[in-house]
Design a protein around this ligand. Structure first.
Ligand SMILES: [Zn+2]
Length: 258
């Protein structure tokens, strides 16, 4: 028997047969792993808690039979509070969906993996505060995650100066095709293929997210209006560049529109 011990996050599963599930797990060491757990649909299964979606666990996987089989799984962090609201659940599903879609194509490292875990932690702990509502906080986390994913996939937006005239003044438009910014004069003069009206604060927020390291990227404040505009831009830009189709994204958008 050949077994591997790895730490990873459960992204999703599909039910197989009457009792089994096929899991998709993301591990920094191995990337995206598919592995079966026998009998796991019973709540009494010893690994049931460790194999819930979004759980960060340690797995012992038997790889001797082609398809991996999970011999055991031990919980490290459940991110339990994600389950406290359908908005949180649906955003976490979208994050997991994005990782599952991108995992085979991106260069990832331990820091990116920690960023995924940190995003799940932030989703779990999000709540209404004096600064913003829980929904605005989830939209803020979504925008950060999208911009970091599109950056790690090789499409980091360039928006420190106007892409046409090179001025570093007030940039008010974002090009979701090119991933760059324009000043008012250049945009209104016809620059850009597919531009979204923004404002200097929105462009600065995009710049901050893209240039910050994974640890400090969540440390910013923004108005409700700017969070929504950045989120609109990050989503369109990511879909454009990664050609993503995500049922989880549509579900999240439907939930928050209610
Ligand atoms: Zn310009």
């Amino acid at each position: 028997m050949s077994t591997t011990k790895v730490k990873g996050i459960v992204l999703k599963y599909v039910n197989m047969n009457d009792n089994d599930r096929l899991f998709t797990i993301f591990c920094p060491e191995l990337g995206k792993v598919s592995a079966m757990s026998k009998g796991i649909r019973s709540h009494k299964h010893k690994d049931f808690a460790a194999l819930q979606p979004f759980c960060y666990s340690e797995f012992v996987i038997d790889t001797s039979k082609g398809l991996g089989y999970i011999n055991s799984a031990t919980v490290i962090e459940t991110f339990y509070d994600i389950r406290s609201g359908v908005e949180k659940m649906s955003l976490a599903s979208y994050v997991a969906d994005l990782v599952a879609n991108m995992a085979d194509e991106i260069m990832y490292d331990d820091e990116f993996f920690s960023f995924i875990l940190n995003t799940m932690f932030m989703i779990a702990k999000s709540k209404d505060t004096e600064q913003r509502t829980v929904l605005d906080e989830l939209l803020r986390l979504k925008a950060v995650f999208e911009l970091k994913c599109v950056s790690v996939a090789g499409y980091m937006p360039q928006c420190d100066i106007c892409n046409v005239c090179g001025c570093g003044g007030d940039l008010e438009y974002f090009d979701i095709y090119e991933g760059c910014a324009y000043c008012k004069d250049c945009a209104e003069g016809g620059a850009g293929y597919d531009t979204v009206k923004a404002n200097p604060g929105v462009i600065k927020m995009i710049l901050f997210i893209c240039q910050s390291d994974y640890r400090s990227v969540f440390r910013f404040n923004a108005s409700e209006e700017n969070i929504k505009t950045v989120g609109d831009i990050s989503e369109k830009y990511l879909i454009n560049k990664l050609e993503l189709v995500s049922g989880a994204l549509e579900y999240f958008k439907n939930i928050i529109a209610l």
